[in-house]
Design a protein around this ligand. Sequence first.
Ligand SMILES: NC(=O)c1ccc[n+]([C@@H]2O[C@H](COP(=O)([O-])OP(=O)(O)OC[C@H]3O[C@@H](n4cnc5c(N)ncnc54)[C@H](OP(=O)(O)O)[C@@H]3O)[C@@H](O)[C@H]2O)c1
Length: 275
Amino acid sequence: MTSLPPFLLNDGTTLPAVGFGTWRVRGDEAVAQVRSALDAGYRLIDTAASYGNEAEVGRAVTGTDVPRSEIAVASKLRGADQGYDATLRGFEATRTALGLEYLDLYLIHWPLPRLGKFVESWKALVRLREDGLIRTVGVSNFTAAHLDRLIDETGEVPAVNQIELHPGFVQEDMRAANADRGILTQSWGPLGRGKGLLERPEIARIAAARGVSPAQAVLRWHHQLGVQPLPKSADPARQQENLDLTGFSLTDEEMARIASVPQERLGGDPDTHEE
Ligand SMILES: NC(=O)c1ccc[n+]([C@@H]2O[C@H](COP(=O)([O-])OP(=O)(O)OC[C@H]3O[C@@H](n4cnc5c(N)ncnc54)[C@H](OP(=O)(O)O)[C@@H]3O)[C@@H](O)[C@H]2O)c1
């Protein structure tokens, strides 16, 4: 399997073209899934304090033969830990649960505008980066207005914004907003959470014509948009399949047809979502 080139971030660091998601996976199953993902070649693992699996992700990362320096571990600050001092404590709890000296990527999970603490939380993330405890800092589920508030009030541009993005929710405006500010877009729910989207005839037809699976066609679509998908799979064969995105490419017409499926947000609205 040839691999896709990594992304160069606005802070000079790099992240692999595709990451591995771990939402809703807990306990020994989480350890096993992350272990097999590392064996398959994933080098970015995405977790969050609110997933309740940081200890298991950490066990898989520290228990593998793959050197720590080659694995990017990403986690996210939960809403209850927003605020400057609370963020410092929340990060420390995450770092302890993971059993790691540093994190490669740490994101504010949701802006929670009604709570009104994301700028203070962001200042704490920047401090943790300056202290060498986080390599790259970013956000998740931020709108253009939220991004501009952070940038205007702190002068610090996030390196990453992780947003819901899949053919059923193409996020053209947010992709452009991130790109205009030099921010890498990460796609959560990149497969539209699996069922449904992957069974759409538009996608199945393109996949069959290219001799790939619907998931591979969709993940290649993300790649050609210049975004970084974080697919989750419990199945080692599908984990491998989801990394195997070279050897074919999509035409502009196929890209448009994949994005022509009905549009619907699956998760929360960043302006109103509360944790
Ligand atoms: N920042 C945020 O607010 C946020 C929110 C949601 C998610 N996330 C992150 O994004 C990651 C991915 O999102 P997600 O887990 O919601 O959904 P997803 O990756 O879009 O879809 C996962 C589903 O697709 C199935 N699947 C995976 N590969 C497949 C393949 N090759 N063929 C057929 N089915 C396949 C999986 O089933 P099997 O497991 O059975 O293969 C699973 O049911 C999460 O795990 C999490 O790390 C972040």
